[in-house]
Write a protein that binds this ligand. Structure first.
Ligand code: NDP
Length: 462
């Protein structure tokens, strides 16, 4: 064990999206920076999240393409899917991306320690090999970990999104618990790869917090794709069976399945990194308390990304990391605002959304105007696919400002990115109306919805 003490301006714990961005930008500003990452560079998003998920989404959608091709004159004979080949292709891509992350850090002059790091005090961390490093600033960017709820007998037999990508075999029967991003994205993927999929969730409807029409529209189309939805239902227990697992649900159903995917949210990864000893305060949900500049209750310790549980999305962590580096070393104090962040749920069909849903707007605003359309996209009318695209614009009736836009359908995620710009800029419905359509696209409906579908006035405001 060596007593050697190095010194850096910024020590980053965690090589995920937020940590890597902060490290790279800080080094670019001339800071001496080190990153500790025990596993591979890239974090949840690159290794076992967004990136492999999107690869699997692409894989799954070929099933629809093969079916729809018939309507356009093609004869598609016996398409066959090979799970191990998909897993291998995914693995090649994340190895490539992880290497890029590491080499970008290297090129920026950031020291990489393949190790855990534990905070020993406001300005010191210790690595697995006992090496101590003095740091003017410490950034905790350790992300989050899946949290399995409720705790029931046999829970250890279930898997999380961490394991599902690398299963040795495609599960023929999959039960997902929860109705958030993870449960529904994997339900969409696996039903198309040929699994029988059931999703059980405690609420009345999927995707709590999203616009009601998006929730209902997606639930319908998941069922049309073959997913069995079980609302108002929780997991009661899991046991081993000869042919896999036996999962008991609270409605009395017992399902024979090959895998149970727990997708009941995540918790901040704060265990065992010395936060308490350093005096860093945690919130009630276990996240690190930070201000708008990502500073914790200890002035030299900062946190970005899921470990702060502000808005658990990769681009948000990246922005928080970048802003922190600019604040500390770029002479540009940059607070991060989490207003009008566009997001996509990569189900099939996907949801692209920004701003308030109808229900939220009706709670917050005195007058809400709704513009809504639902149509079969051109491709479906020819192919015979039953899926409908749903679009909704939520407008503050008093100012004409668009406060939310929601799309369910092909390309919704791509649309959401640009809609995010408009909502942030404060575009009005009149701006949408004045914009010329791009024809023939689905997105043109967003600028051609002239007739208001509903107007809601809030009564008894005070
Ligand atoms: P979510 O928070 O999206 O959903 C959690 C689900 O678990 C909800 O249906 C919730 O029900 C349910 N749940 C929570 N507690 C319990 C309980 N005690 N018993 C039964 N059910 C429970 O989490 P996910 O795991 O789906 O995703 C984790 C995070 O990853 C999300 O915060 C998301 O931001 C991120 N993510 C983003 C993606 C994207 O941007 N496309 C893709 C995948 C993940 P209820 O609604 O009733 O609380």
């Amino acid at each position: 064990m060596t007593a050697e003490v190095e010194a850096v301006d910024l020590f980053v714990i965690g090589g995920g999206s937020g940590g890597v961005r902060a490290a790279r930008i800080a080094a670019g500003h001339g800071a001496r920076v080190a990153v500790a990452e025990k596993f591979r560079m890239g974090g949840t998003c690159v290794i076992r999240g967004c990136v492999p998920k999107k690869i699997y989404v692409y894989a799954s959608r070929f099933a629809d393409e093969f079916a729809e091709a018939e309507g356009f004159g093609w004869t598609v004979t016996k398409p066959a899917f090979d799970w191990p080949r998909l897993v291998a292709a995914k693995e090649r891509e994340i190895i490539r991306l992880s290497a890029i992350y590491a080499s970008n850090l290297d090129k920026a002059g950031v020291a990489i320690h393949q190790s855990r790091a534990v905070i020993e005090g406001p300005n010191r961390v210790v690595l697995d090999d006992g090496r101590r490093i003095d740091a003017k600033n410490i950034l905790v960017a350790t992300g989050g970990v899946p949290e399995h709820r409720p705790v029931v007998p046999g829970l250890d037999l279930a898997i999380s999104s961490n394991e599902i990508f690398d299963l040795p075999r495609l599960p023929k029967r999959l039960l997902a618990i929860g109705a958030g991003y993870v449960a529904l994205e994997f339900a969409s993927i696996f039903v198309r790869l040929g699994s029988a999929v059931t999703v059980a969730y405690r609420g009345e409807q999927i995707l709590r917090g999203f616009d009601g029409d998006m929730r209902e529209g997606l639930a319908t189309q998941l069922q049309e794709a073959g997913v069995v939805l079980k609302p108002n239902t929780s997991l009661a227990g899991i046991e081993r069976a000869e042919d896999g697992l036996r999962a008991s649900l609270t409605d009395g159903t017992v399902l024979s399945v090959d895998q149970v995917l727990m997708a009941t949210g995540r918790r901040p990864a704060t265990d065992g990194i010395g936060l308490e000893r350093a005096g860093v305060e945690l919130d009630r949900d276990g996240s690190i308390k930070v201000d708008a500049f990502s500073r914790s209750t200890v002035p030299s310790i900062f946190a970005v990304g899921d470990v702060t549980n502000r808005l658990n999305l990769t681009p948000v962590a990246i922005r928080e990391g970048h802003a922190l580096a600019d604040t500390l070393f770029g002479g540009k104090p940059m607070p991060v605002h989490h207003h009008a962040v566009a997001t996509a749920v990569f189900t099939t069909p996907e949801i692209g959304t920004v701003g308030m849903g109808e229900e939220e707007a009706r709670n917050c605003l005195d007058m809400v105007d709704i513009y809504k359309t639902s149509f079969r996209p051109m491709k479906s009318t020819v192919s015979g696919h039953t899926g409908r695209t749903i679009m909704k614009i939520v407008v503050d009736g008093a100012s004409d400002r668009v406060v939310g836009v929601h799309v369910l359908g092909e390309g919704a995620g791509e649309m959401a990115q640009l809609l995010g710009v408009l909502v942030r800029m404060g575009a009005t419905k009149a701006d949408f109306d004045a914009t010329m359509a791009v024809h023939p696209t689905a997105a043109e409906e967003l600028v051609t919805m002239r007739t208001r579908t509903a107007r809601y006035l809030r009564e008894n405001r005070h």
